[in-house]
Design a binder for this molecule. Structure first.
Ligand code: GDP
Ligand code: MG
Length: 178
């Protein structure tokens, strides 16, 4: 069964440092949460197999290892990605404000014009909230991206974020069959 040929999709996770990118990836791929998570855990990418809409796909999800702090993600990080997860922290308005900049980075560096984007408002388990769901949804709509709220800590929304992104990629022929 493992011999089956799977389509591999390249998915990026971007956003400000500390918003929970690595935590979302760890929760999704290993169903784990490590509050002590440090930058050194950042790997090139993790893989995960998914069954979606009758298709078996393998995701190669690329994390950053702290380079986002210095805006030094290289073009090879973005190259050929079919999907991007843009993360902000709902308890930090500053991280939401930076989404526009991350969308510009995608526009500049992604080699696929119709790359599918999913904005994830992470850390909804935190009491102090600075970004409302309504404002985030308006922003996402204006930028033609998907939006979901999540918590890497409690697992809320994490699977849906990745699955809805992949679902949309599968529905987009140019991305899917090349
Ligand atoms: P990254 O820099 O974007 O990769 O962020 P990390 O995944 O390293 O997370 C930064 C900090 O936020 C760590 O202390 C995490 O434990 C914490 N964190 C990440 N996701 C959540 C979440 O959903 N809820 C809470 N309460 N803390 C989180
Ligand atoms: Mg990280």
């Amino acid at each position: 069964m493992d011999e089956d040929i799977l389509t591999t999709l390249k998915i990026l996770i971007i956003g400000e440092s500390g918003v929970g990118k690595s935590s979302l990836l760890l929760r999704f791929t290993e169903d784990n949460f490590d509050p002590e998570q440090t930058l050194t855990i950042g790997v090139d990418f993790k893989t995960k197999r998914l069954n979606i809409d009758g298709s078996r796909v393998k995701l190669a999800i690329w994390d950053t290892a702290g380079q986002e702090r210095f805006r030094t993600l290289t073009p090879s990080y973005y190259r050929d990605a079919q999907g991007a997860i843009l993360v902000f922290d709902v308890s930090s308005y500053a991280t939401f404000s930076k989404l526009e900049m991350w969308l510009n980075e995608l526009e500049t560096y992604s080699t696929k014009n119709d790359i599918i984007k999913m904005i994830v408002g992470n850390k909804i388990d935190v009491d102090k909230r600075e970004v409302s769901r309504e404002e985030a949804m308006r922003f996402a709509k204006r930028h033609h991206t998907l939006y979901i709220e999540a918590s890497a800590k409690t697992k809320d929304g994490v699977e849906s974020a990745f699955e809805e992104l992949v679902h949309k990629i599968i529905q987009t022929p140019n991305l899917w069959d090349s």
